[in-house]
Design a protein around this ligand. Structure first.
Ligand SMILES: [Zn+2]
Length: 346
């Protein structure tokens, strides 16, 4: 299937969106020469103008502590708040309500010029276990229904501050894509008597051409139905709905596959590879969602450096993605990377 001739003008069913993705793969006509990660890299460990660096002041005068590893604070520019001014709720065809929730920023590391991929695995595991602690706290808060943990990494996805961090939105409404996946998974169960996520993992193992890494408790792959060239999903092998129920070993195994994957991405183009990462988790609203399985979802915008996949006519106008590359080819490319040669760990 890695033969590029077979990839042309093919459409594949996206089971988690119930829509077609069209692949018109062709050989990359622009060979990539390779960025120099070390030359272009921000070299300062500490930036006095960075609002996330230890000891610095933030916008409303809060001063960051001299933190040593993970540091969490309430976002100074929250999109949602618990003390939001009251909006008079209106019912009807056009309706509105208060947007209530908690917005937090998670700094992974005090060092300004490091990334999750460059951090040691133990430090990444610590970040992930912080997410777990946060989730357990949100689960106890009756006002919080859904939580999105996400990282926008790189200027290509609009991030101006390179200090390694992510954000948490804990809100009082259902998150759209999780909600969609829950409904689709439920329909799939009713129609086929199977769990849709089990099916996807089963198919990936059967095809065995898009798996990037696997260990005892987790599996990472570019899905058959990937919309972005380097889109990766990382699943626990057991059916967990959120971070909360992962055992320490399962959490470490998820972190390990994530770590390997982002290192492959960085090494593939010798650059800090930008991405949008989201931790897809079931609502924490007190209900059970046994058909849903939590996963880490990486959606890098680049087809290759300097060549961004912008959603345009087909994607925005019709809602169907047109992909330029085949998932098998991109998986093979990432698998060629020699992880042992990774030399940026600090
Ligand atoms: Zn900083």
């Amino acid at each position: 299937m890695s033969n590029s001739h077979q990839g042309k003008w093919e459409k594949r069913w996206h089971p988690l969106r119930e829509e077609w993705v069209v692949y018109s793969a062709h050989r990359n006509s622009r060979p990539w020469q390779g960025a120099d990660l070390f030359k272009t890299k921000e070299s300062k460990v500490y930036d006095p103008t960075c609002y996330l660096c230890p000891g610095n002041s933030r916008i409303h005068g809060s001063v960051n502590p001299n933190y040593l590893d993970v540091f969490i604070f309430e976002n100074d520019h929250p999109v949602v708040g618990m003390q939001a001014p009251v909006v008079a709720a209106t019912e009807g065809f056009y309706k509105k309500e208060n947007a209530r929730g908690i917005a937090r920023v998670v700094c992974y590391d005090p060092r300004h010029n490091i990334t999750l991929s460059q951090m040691k695995l133990e430090a990444v595991i610590k970040v992930f276990s912080t997410f777990q602690t946060q989730m357990a706290e949100f689960e106890k808060n009756p006002e919080i229904k859904s939580v999105l943990i996400f990282e926008n990494k790189g200027e290509a996805v609009g991030v101006s501050n390179p200090h390694p961090h992510c954000q948490i939105y804990a809100v009082d409404f259902p998150l759209n894509l999780v909600n969609q996946q829950i409904q689709i998974a439920q329909r799939y169960r009713t129609a086929n008597g199977k769990n849709i996520f089990e099916e996807i993992i089963h198919q990936e193992k059967k095809d065995n051409v898009r798996i990037l890494a696997e260990n005892e408790n987790a599996i990472a792959f570019i899905p058959y139905f990937a919309r972005y060239a380097y889109e990766v999903m990382i699943f626990p092998k057991k059916n967990h709905q959120t971070f909360i129920s992962l055992s320490p070993q399962e959490l470490a195994d998820m972190a390990s596959l994530f770590h390997q994957t982002v290192r492959r991405m960085d090494m593939n183009f010798n650059m800090d590879f930008p991405y949008v990462m989201s931790f897809m988790q079931a609502p924490v609203d007190g209900n059970k969602y046994p058909e849903f399985r939590m996963h880490i979802w990486l959606q890098p915008p680049y087809r290759q450096p300097g060549l961004i996949k912008y959603p345009a006519g087909p994607e925005i106008g019709a809602g169907n993605f047109m992909a330029d590359t085949m998932p098998e080819d991109k998986a093979a490319e990432l698998l060629k990377v020699n992880l042992n040669a990774y030399a940026l760990e600090r």
